[in-house]
Design a protein around this ligand. Structure first.
Ligand code: NAI
Length: 291
């Protein structure tokens, strides 16, 4: 169903999505309003795949073929023949709606428009589209090739054929696809609130340190990472925005109250790995304090 895929937004998520589908045999076009972001994304993926070649996990021929399937798009117009366009741009409703409006004037009527939004309503993104039935959520996790799950979010008007098509596409690329309704936080970020928001509450009550909480959740229930390690990986700005959005969408249900500690740390730029300091400190992307 989807042979030619457009990826819009060549940041942390877009580059991973592009790599995933180029590796699984689709033609991928990457577009970003910043041309240098496209070059960076392709160079980043080249580097990652070359490391797989060096480790003997990918043949030289497959490497060349995968890179050949991943092409830059200089203009949005270049996506006109795509069967599917996945947007991974900035998390702002109006900006995403405007992009889908531009896309509808370019792509074929049967081209599916997917959003990688983590916290916005898919139904609302689709609400300004001429064909809301072709809009679905396709919510990946960072880093995309390694986090082998994706939520296929069914907006109120999403056509069931497209939901099925996205599930098949994800499964063919080796990901487990969970179909979720379009509720705040979908499934993963809704369930994840118990993990992250509660950990921040324990911290704010002075019961334990981030290091202690992370250690207990790794060694006890066996999570691969503790909540503070995960905040540092995702970026606290991203996680805090999701917590605020879920809280708003549930009409201020106190269960979802975001943390003032997170708000303060975001204001201070203590975002995690990407700024070198979050709940832990990092040098060259490596944690330098062990919990
Ligand atoms: P990012 O900031 O790393 O990359 C966004 C890219 O989009 C930038 O390169 C920017 O130049 C480009 N862009 C912005 N507006 C654009 C437009 N109108 N047209 C074309 N390109 C545009 O962001 P990131 O982290 O990759 O997030 C992208 C989306 O994925 C957001 O909706 C976010 O909520 C979602 N998401 C992020 C996750 C994460 O862990 N970072 C996890 C799951 C979803």
């Amino acid at each position: 169903m989807f042979n030619r895929i457009g990826v819009i937004g060549a940041g942390a998520m877009g580059r991973g999505i592009a790599q995933l589908f180029a590796s699984s045999g689709q033609q991928v076009l990457i577009y970003d309003t910043r041309a240098e972001a496209i070059d960076d994304a392709i160079a980043f993926n080249r580097n990652l795949l070359q490391r797989s070649v060096a480790k003997g996990k990918l043949s030289e021929a497959d490497f060349e073929a995968t890179m050949a399937r991943m092409q830059p798009a200089a203009e949005l117009d270049a996506l006109k023949d795509c069967d599917l366009v996945i947007e991974a741009i900035v998390e702002l409703l109006e900006v995403k709606q405007k992009l889908f409006d531009q896309l509808e004037a370019i792509v074929r009527d049967d081209c599916v428009l997917a959003t990688n939004t983590s916290s916005l309503s898919v139904t609302r993104i689709a609400s300004t589209c001429k064909r809301p039935e072709r809009v679905a959520g396709f919510h990946f996790f960072n880093p995309v090739p390694l986090m082998k799950i994706v939520e296929v979010v069914r907006g109120e008007r999403t056509d069931e054929r497209y939901v099925k098509g996205l599930v098949e596409l994800a499964e063919a690329a080796g990901h487990f696809a969970a179909i979720t309704p379009d509720t705040p936080g979908f499934l993963v970020n809704h369930a994840g609130r118990a993990f992250g928001t509660e950990a921040l509450r324990i911290l704010s009550e002075g019961v334990a340190t981030p290091q202690q909480i992370d250690r207990i959740l790794r060694d006890g229930p066996g999570f691969r990472m503790g909540p503070f390690e995960l905040f540092d990986l995702t970026g606290l700005d991203v996680s805090h925005a999701v917590m605020e959005s879920v809280y708003e969408q549930f009409y201020h249900d106190p269960r979802y109250t975001p943390s003032f500690i997170a708000a303060q740390r975001v204001a201070a730029g203590l975002l995690g790995r990407k700024t070198g300091q979050g709940f832990y400190r990092y040098e060259d992307g490596q944690k330098i304090e062990q919990p």
